[in-house]
Write a new protein. Structure first.
Length: 354
């Protein structure tokens, strides 16, 4: 690109969109094992039961669509290095469960049992839903339990999704050149490429927060063979998502975060690399960040971030700021105190703002 950002040649397609990227080279986190590091990156805490950032954002901004969930998760698996990931990472925690992330199936139909069962027509279904909601409304008035309200909302959402999900899954509306851009040969095949294309379709339909997990990076051994495979699985589609959003005029108000829960050591672990928390990279694109820039630096060995260090809490504060939210004011009272995604830390990284 014009900006001259250094990008490893394992990612030739991402290199073509270098001028859209804001690469943060000075990330630090606090947790060195997958599960707690996932939790810290997603919730700002290692304590189980805290809301994920998708849930916080949905709570703060609300949904833009009533026909699909406001927070959708898709997962894919690479050919190696498949570290586990749990549904706890997209939990609403102590927020009302209507802010929960909803996992769509990456392979085949996105939502199981979305159609009416045999022998049930529309009139019968509508009558059943109306009666269920009437009973739930009575229970809500009697008990005041917000989870009853959530249940009512979810029943109504499920009814609307009978129309919205089949339309979402109608891949025939995607031109062949768009499928080729992402590297999708068989939409709905469970690949990261298919999930990236689905993410764009969800975004243009008003889904507020979309999270893609690709399990393929835990290379404690065989990194010279496995890393090129994992990079190839995500490179084309990651770049395509940025290009596609830009050509549709959506990139300016869609914020992309690309990265993992921590980095890998600069020194070897046999013929692989171990987990590393003192210096690693992520990139942001779109959504009000400066494109074509790098922020921060590590020491000469790549061991520790030493310049313009960005903590995970800072990353969260910056993401919320880019979405129009002051991270210090987005709070929820629970167990006698006001909680927030950034807990008692976090500073907006103003040097990366457009």
């Amino acid at each position: 690109g014009e900006s001259g950002i250094e990008i490893r040649d394992l990612f030739p397609h991402l290199a073509t969109v270098a001028d859209e990227l804001c690469v943060i080279r000075s990330m630090q986190t606090e947790q060195i094992n997958h599960d707690t590091a996932h939790a810290f990156m997603n919730t700002g805490s290692i304590i189980k039961g805290r809301p994920s950032m998708g849930s916080w954002l949905l709570y703060g901004l609300g949904a833009e669509t009533e026909d699909l969930p406001g927070f959708v998760v898709l997962t894919s698996s690479g050919s190696n290095g498949q570290q586990p990931v749990s549904a706890r990472q997209w939990s609403a925690g102590f927020l009302p469960s209507r802010f929960q992330g909803i996992q769509f199936q990456s392979r085949g139909d996105a939502v199981h049992y979305v159609g009416r069962p045999a022998g049930v027509d529309e009139a019968a279904q509508n009558a059943t839903v109306a009666e269920i909601n009437r009973l739930n409304a009575m229970a809500l008035q009697e008990r005041g339990d917000p989870e009853i309200e959530t249940r009512m909302r979810q029943v109504d959402m499920a009814l609307r999704m009978q129309a919205s999900v089949p339309e979402l899954m109608d891949w025939s509306s995607e031109p062949e050149e768009i499928r080729a851009l992402y590297g999708v040969t068989n939409p709905g095949d469970g690949s990261f490429a298919s999930n990236c294309l689905m993410a764009r379709r969800l975004a243009e339909r008003g889904v507020r927060f979309i999270q893609l997990y690709h399990r393929a990076w835990d290379h404690h051994g065989g990194i010279s063979t496995h890393m090129p495979q994992s990079a190839q699985e995500v490179d084309r589609a990651s770049a395509a998502l940025i290009q596609d959003l830009k050509q549709r005029g959506m990139l300016d108000d869609t914020l992309i975060l690309w990265g993992g829960e921590f980095g890998r050591t600069p020194m070897g672990q046999g013929d692989g690399r171990d987990h590393h928390i003192l210096g690693f990279s992520v990139f942001l694109a779109g959504g009000g960040v400066k494109g074509g820039m790098s922020w921060g630096a590590t020491d000469e060995l790549g061991y520790r971030a030493v310049e313009d260090v960005v903590h995970v809490n800072d990353l969260h504060a910056t993401m919320l700021h880019l979405c129009g939210i002051d991270h210090r004011r987005l709070t929820y009272r629970h167990q006698g105190r006001d909680f927030r995604l950034t807990d008692v830390a976090g500073e907006v990284v103003r040097g990366i703002l457009a």
